[in-house]
Design a protein around this ligand. Sequence first.
Ligand SMILES: Cc1cc2nc3c(=O)[nH]c(=O)nc-3n(C[C@H](O)[C@H](O)[C@H](O)COP(=O)(O)O)c2cc1C
Length: 342
Amino acid sequence: MSRTQEAAVTSGAGSAARPDTTAGLRVAEAALRAPSIHNTQPWRWRASAARVDLYADRARQLAVADPDGRNLTISCGAALHQATVAARAHGWSAEITRLPDPGDPDLLATLHLRPGRQLYEAVQDLQALQERRTDRRRFTSWPVPPERLARLAASVGVDQVRVVPVTAAPDRVRVELLVSRATTLVKADRRLADEQRSWLDRSEVDGIPSDLLPGPGAQPPSRSSRFVEEPAEGDVRGAIETSDGLLMIATDTDDAEAWLRTGEALGQLWLHAMNDGLSVVPLSQVIEVDETRTALHHELLGGLLHPQLLVRIGWQEIARSPLPRTPRRPLADVLVAEAPGH
Ligand SMILES: Cc1cc2nc3c(=O)[nH]c(=O)nc-3n(C[C@H](O)[C@H](O)[C@H](O)COP(=O)(O)O)c2cc1C
């Protein structure tokens, strides 16, 4: 069976798979492995037979680095994308209503599950997402051709979101300098640095195990990043010369719906990149810091689009060792009791 063939897997092409009583739970469970800022997993799910509600978990919001909830909502958007892929993989179509209740801004989205067809492609996509990891080891020096970046950017189809390839040399230099500047500013701010550190080696179910992060002595040396204590000397120049791909996910507006859609776009982008053999590392610090976010808005995006998430794209060594997975909370911890009458 070809990778893209829209063939039914178990239910027979054209036959309808009806959501059963555990459908919502299965969708929520499949979304547990979505990426999230510092692996905070800031989501909660209310699941019933044919409907799944996604809530923000404000107790998991980064109070210092993310006071508006941008990264929290982007993370939930990535989980929403993973949930829709899971629904399709189970043979259900999923219709999304974003921010359905103006009186409850924490209810980020509702997924309505309907009978559909189980597609081979969706099963493959879900498998890929379950295997996805943020691999921060330095990419090979093999360049990501600009046409490939452009194709990847164009493959993302989320309304109100633009994925902008950063390919012109002056833009790349400027963006790398801003990434470095943001890292320096955060390291100098005790509250920000302490909050970030509190999510390293946090627990068996959340946070980032520090042995997954390239240490200062990693070979080849890691790029300057929020998790590398001592940025390698000449790192900015090196990043430009070795042509890591850079994509900026941007939106027309700068509100909760834009952030949610950004997360959905991140999920799509990651999936398409993996299918293309490419590795993805989100870089959110340059957006978290007001000074560097404002510079990106004006200097890179002409004051028109709002930068939401920078993404570094590249090729990992083919013979690299497998990276252990980050932990996740169990399904029971993220479920909200079903409302009476649902
Ligand atoms: C909104 C968002 C922002 C992120 N920002 C960064 C970042 O600045 N640097 C980084 O190395 N990883 C970043 N990540 C990746 C997370 O740390 C990662 O998804 C999380 O630790 C779970 O690990 P996994 O992706 O391997 O499952 C970000 C992820 C999301 C969704």
